[in-house]
Design a protein. Structure first.
Length: 293
């Protein structure tokens, strides 16, 4: 073999500490992730052309497609309100996933003598340059989506935003009625409480779905690269790019669906309550438009 199979661990090992807090390789790439998105869209908005080039055209197509999808699922008014969150989650997760197929990510790092069998490892060396320490590397860069902290954070944002819009659009009474209602007796109350539990369960479902797919994909690339160096992993790179896009799209679409369902009154709500919720939403929308002007 050209190198040893690198050390694979689910927890992310800190690169250094800032007081009691560890600064990890996934946090580093998450910061880079955010900066890249900010720079690209800042330049895009600052240098827009009437006749767009390829990059501007691709970005405009992506924005328009996602906006159209949001309006189709949630309606024009709510779709436009949900769009920044849905599109933001899609872009952040997509770029966080794509890091997995960038050369050097998870393969270049610093020697960690605390890993099993690495007590006498040299103090310097790179993954592809020194076989003797290739399994003693703590990666300097690791995709954010392979860190459960990152995926759970995105999931929490998705669920919390859904609740915030539910309270704002439906109002306090209608929102509480989704979870605590005796109109249908004990069965209705049980179903409402079960729905409240499912809101929390979504965090676990979201977080582990993304983490599991991306972490498994990273391990697959490392193992195939170990068994068949150079060429063995090439087909799997295209598979991982596809998975990265699909996972980001699924995450964003589930957020959109939950936002839509979370801001829609139940079928057994009185027409008067539904009308009041709609009027409150329209009033708030007109106020926001007046402030924008």
């Amino acid at each position: 073999m050209l190198w040893n199979l690198p050390h694979i661990a689910v927890p992310v090992e800190p690169l250094f500490y800032i007081g009691p807090l560890g600064f990890t390789s996934t946090l580093l790439l998450a910061i880079v992730n955010a900066l890249l998105i900010f720079i690209v869209f800042f330049l895009f908005s600052a240098r827009k052309k009437l006749l767009p080039g390829r990059v501007q055209g691709a970005l405009e197509w992506l924005v328009q497609s996602m906006l159209g999808l949001c309006e189709e699922v949630a309606g024009k008014t709510k779709g436009r309100k949900f769009f920044p969150w849905v599109f933001g989650i899609f872009i952040v997760v997509l770029l966080a996933n794509i890091w997995e197929v960038i050369p050097g990510v998870e393969t270049i790092g610093q020697i960690n003598t605390e890993l099993p069998g690495c007590a006498n490892a040299a103090s310097a060396g790179l993954f592809l340059a020194d076989k003797s320490v290739s399994n003693c590397i703590t990666p300097l860069f690791r995709p954010p989506s392979t860190d459960l902290n990152f995926t759970l954070a995105i999931a929490i944002i998705s669920v919390v935003v859904t609740q915030i819009y539910g309270w704002r659009i439906l109002g306090v009474k209608a929102q509480l009625g989704r979870y605590f209602s005796l109109r249908e007796g004990i069965i209705g109350l049980f179903v409402g409480l079960l729905e409240a539990v499912l809101e929390v369960a979504r965090i676990i479902s979201f977080g582990f779905r993304l983490f599991g797919n991306l972490f498994a994909g990273g391990v697959l690339l490392l193992v195939i690269g170990f068994l068949l160096p150079f060429v063995g992993a090439i087909p799997f790179y295209f598979l991982e790019i596809f998975v990265a896009f699909i996972q980001a799209f699924v995450f964003a679409m589930l957020t959109l669906i939950f936002l839509t369902l979370g801001t829609t009154s139940h079928g057994h709500e009185d027409a008067e309550e539904e009308h009041a919720a709609e009027m409150q939403h329209e009033k708030q929308l007109r106020a926001e438009q007046a402030l924008e002007r």
